[in-house]
Design a binder for this molecule. Sequence first.
Ligand code: ATP
Ligand code: MG
Length: 223
Amino acid sequence: MPQRVGILGGTFDPVHIGHLRAAEETAEALGLETLLFIPAADPPHKTGKRVQPYLHRRRMLELSLEGHPFFRISDIEQQMQGKSYSVLTLRKLRREVLPDAQLYFLVGLDAFLELNTWWHYRELFQLAHLAVLRRPGYDERRMADFLTQNVSSLYVGDACHARFDHPELCSVHYLHNTHLEISSTRIRRLFQDGRSIRYLVLPGVMGYIQANQLYCSERTIFS
Ligand code: ATP
Ligand code: MG
């Protein structure tokens, strides 16, 4: 049996319990043996926006995943040149790192419904199964239309297994993860406004943000 490996890419600026809980529930639902968190080195969707340097974002991930039996961090995007396009990352993982694994690319519903703006997005559906995490504010009923209109009309829903299947492309799974209305954007704003972020991030991350004054508006650095 090939190893089942999940991949969760993101800016993780900072990583929060919305990411962590969704990852845990997905791993359980799909029987994943490893889940790789891949911080984007140069996130294409954040061009012109303020993003903390890679090392801070990675360190906060490290503090959050410490002690987890199979959650790991991969620096693959930092090692690659140029923008962190998911297709390039998945190609490299497929060809060079995990050629025999069954890959599941985790993506929030907000991101999924914008996949058609991603570089060479159709190829994603050849490289890995997708696991779509539900997210408050985004309607899962839009998934079927999105898939058939933007990827292939041959995708067919299988409600029993909460997934869409295709004769040639990879399947798209839909997760019933706990709705957690938490985003990194909200956490950054709370911190800037001098409000509490306790319980939205793990204690180590809260301490790290405070110690390094990461989200104190003007001091934020362009990556
Ligand atoms: P930002 O507000 O800066 O965009 P974010 O909270 O969306 O941050 P990202 O690093 O952009 O975090 O997210 C990485 C991945 O995790 C994306 O696919 C995103 O949709 C998903 N994700 C983030 N937060 C949640 C959540 N609360 N529930 C489910 N999925 C989430
Ligand atoms: Mg986001």
